[in-house]
Design a protein. Structure first.
Length: 162
């Protein structure tokens, strides 16, 4: 058997929310409206209880914090390409310094000639036998700094979102 919904249910619930007592007579005689009003009053009480300890900050403070956050995120977003360019420039500069040092230092050239004479043949043979390991090592040397940079960027980005 299906229950029929009372035609006055919406008006009764609206009256219960607004504190209007004109439907009290109907609620006393209608079981469905009585149950609905009990549930509505319980929910209203729970909502009032939950909101009792909540204080909202001033709208101006919320707006200023949002503006500061937007500026900070814009500065971080603008700084990322600059940081990448600085890292690349530093790597290139270190490579040039190393090349200049290696080309001009006679002691370094002597050590390099000795190493390549004694170990060069063995090194070339090892690379020929284990070329996949050599490629993996070079890939790791390139990929690890990139992964560290991505991790640091992701962690610093999530720390800014408070």
């Amino acid at each position: 058997m299906m229950r029929q919904e009372c035609v006055h249910l919406e008006e009764v619930l609206l009256a219960a929310r607004t504190g209007n007592r004109e439907w009290d007579g109907h609620v006393a005689g209608c079981a469905e409206c009585r149950d609905a009003v009990r549930v509505a009053v319980a929910f209203e009480g729970a909502r009032d209880e939950a909101l009792a300890g909540v204080t909202l900050p001033d709208a101006g403070i919320v707006w200023r914090r949002a503006q500061f956050r937007a500026r900070r995120e814009a500065i971080q977003a603008a700084g990322r390409p600059i940081t990448v360019a600085q890292v690349i420039a530093f790597a290139v500069a270190m490579g040039l310094v190393g090349a200049c040092f290696g080309a001009t230092s006679q002691g370094f050239q002597a050590v390099l000639a000795w190493v390549s004479g004694h170990w060069g043949t063995a090194l070339r043979a090892a690379i020929a036998d284990h070329w996949m390991l050599a490629v993996g090592l070079v890939a790791a040397i390139v990929a690890v700094p990139g992964a560290v940079y991505a991790l640091v960027t992701a962690l610093s980005g999530s720390g800014a979102r408070r």
